[in-house]
Design a protein around this ligand. Structure first.
Ligand SMILES: Cc1cc2nc3c(=O)[nH]c(=O)nc-3n(C[C@H](O)[C@H](O)[C@H](O)COP(=O)(O)OP(=O)(O)OC[C@H]3O[C@@H](n4cnc5c(N)ncnc54)[C@H](O)[C@@H]3O)c2cc1C
Length: 298
């Protein structure tokens, strides 16, 4: 869903006319965004995947990692460098975004390999070997892709915050129900403040994260700068959700580890959001530098 904002805000009228009706009808799914690379990680401006203009096509070479939902997409947004890093004034310049039609790419210059992982998430390594992309699939102006993709990343952070908040309420709800029902020492375990208080604390933290999530949504929808709020919402929600997961597991005692309760599965899954789509340290770094004006660390 968050990929849509990149297309809506930066796609041409022709692109919107081509993609939007098919995406709206469900015929085409735009679920994938390929940014992360194995050798550069969070340092996105150093990406090594290149797209070189040859006639009316761009030729793409390079590698991506952790590219999710390719198995559920017809379309993928790709970030690649179109001008070498040593030829741009600012390192955020010279990257471009492209719409990749997976049926025209897979086996024809693009390969993917599933990464078995800890969470219930299909994610892949991707290899480009002279993949040709028609020039009309460039989104917006060449060289400005990093700026465009930031809009999508803010939408993604807000959406992930919403996902974590949903998970947070799920953990609080499950913990509360179990604490009311489980009788030990002839009374519900939830009668003990040692069990109640962590659940109450989790509820408060999820509610607070939710406020920041709506604040980020309001700003995003109003086309106002929302980088700080989107990052802070994602941080608060990921933290509240994982802490609620921990409390939920503890409240369930041994049964928290039993697969049939799904607590252990969701505990594992919600841990992801302190790393992806942006790690907690990088959020601290954003707030320290861009909100508080502290010196840049990288
Ligand atoms: C399941 C899953 C799905 C994903 N889906 C996608 C996807 O669809 N598309 C996509 O493009 N990417 C995707 N990602 C990638 C994800 O966005 C990255 O894993 C994440 O941004 C962290 O990058 P990295 O793994 O390269 O970590 P690194 O950049 O190698 O960082 C490793 C650790 O070091 C810390 N660190 C690094 N530099 C600094 C610094 N300067 N200061 C302080 N701490 C620092 C980080 O916070 C992190 O904890 C996915 C990842 C996972 C696990």
């Amino acid at each position: 869903m968050y990929n849509m904002s990149t297309l809506l805000r930066h796609g041409s009228d022709k692109q919107k006319a081509l993609y939007m009706p098919k995406i709206a009808s469900g015929e085409w799914r735009l679920q994938s965004m390929a940014v992360t690379e194995p050798t550069t990680g969070t340092d996105t401006t150093k990406i090594k995947t290149t797209a070189v203009k040859k006639g009316d096509r761009y030729v793409v070479n390079g590698q991506k990692v952790w590219i999710s939902r390719l198995q559920h997409s017809e379309l993928m947004i790709l970030l690649a460098r179109t001008t070498p890093l040593d030829q741009v004034k600012r390192k955020s310049e010279g990257m471009s975004i492209f719409m990749v039609h997976l049926d025209q790419a897979l086996g024809q210059g693009m390969e993917m390999r599933l990464i078995p992982n800890m969470v219930n998430h299909e994610t892949n390594q991707v290899f480009f070997d002279n993949l040709e992309i028609p020039e009309e699939n460039l989104i917006g102006e060449e060289g400005k892709g990093f700026k465009y993709i930031l809009d999508g990343l803010n939408a993604e952070r807000t959406l992930i915050a919403a996902e974590c908040i949903g998970d947070g309420y799920w953990f609080v709800d499950r913990a509360t129900r179990y604490a009311k029902d489980r009788i030990v020492f002839d009374r519900p375990i939830g009668q003990n403040q040692g069990v109640q208080f962590p659940i109450a604390e989790s509820y408060i933290e999820v509610e607070a994260a939710n406020l920041m999530r709506w604040r980020a949504c309001e700003l995003f929808d109003a086309h106002q700068p929302c980088g700080a709020e989107a990052n802070m919402a994602k941080y608060l929600a990921a933290k509240a959700s994982f802490e609620a997961a921990n409390v939920c597991l503890q409240t369930h005692g041994g049964f928290g580890f039993a697969a049939e309760y799904h607590v252990e599965r969701k505990f594992r899954e919600t841990r992801l959001y302190q790393v992806a789509p942006i790690s907690t340290n990088l959020i601290f770094s954003y707030v320290a530098e861009h909100v508080l004006g502290l010196p840049r660390s990288f």
